[in-house]
Design a protein. Sequence first.
Length: 279
Amino acid sequence: MDKSKVTELRRIANNVRRGIIEGVYNAACGHPGGSLSIADIITYLYFEEMNVDPKNPKMDSRDRFVLSKGHTAPALYAVLAERGFIPKEDIKTLRKTDSYLQGHPDMKGTPGVDMSTGSLGLGISAACGMALSAKAFGNAYRVYTILGDGESEEGQVWEAAMFAAHYKLDNLCAVLDWNGLQIDGPVTEVMNPTPHDEKFRAFGWHVISIDAHDFEAIEAAFAEAKSVKGKPTVIIAKSVKGKGVSYMENSCEWHGQAPKEDLYKVAVADLDKIEESIG
């Protein structure tokens, strides 16, 4: 990936983070920490990796995306706005009573959303079904899903992992957002699901580990996933919860609350500094 492309993606991802902060601030609730940690991955997916068309969100040949950690919907809405699926000004309506941007993704009301999610473990399971359907009907689309590290404590995640390997779903790529924190504290202290890499390999998956904020590593990982035949791939993406906002980084306090005006201004200033550093 050349330098200009990295610069472009960093700028888009920073705008996605702005959208996340704008949404949760105006909603006065939401989940900023885990939304910020996946901003780079979801930016790459929608701007480089997936075959999608904002003018035709339901085209049959599109790649499918399932946000298994559905509470991080602010990230999905922000990238959909950047990609042109929804108007950017609608981000401010997040979680409002009459808004189509609900607290969790709604496939019936939001263009570009392929699966309604929220109950943890269900999203990756639905992604498995989509991937199996593609194989059964001879469709070429790929299926992508992002799940949380806290979510990996759910038994259903491992049932889905067994299912995907059994049916050799090499058209499925899961990303595990490994920021190490959930609402109650460090993931390894709440209910330790590690080692993720050894577990997924034992379940029959191809495993890739990367820095979730390095676009060159992200590009290489998705390219490798496409080359794998006969088994699904999981990308374990080591991330920073709250990435980009100084007081939110590595803090479980910001898993599920919105900043008030003073801290909203700090967040905007932090993202302004990042914009300046991108050049």
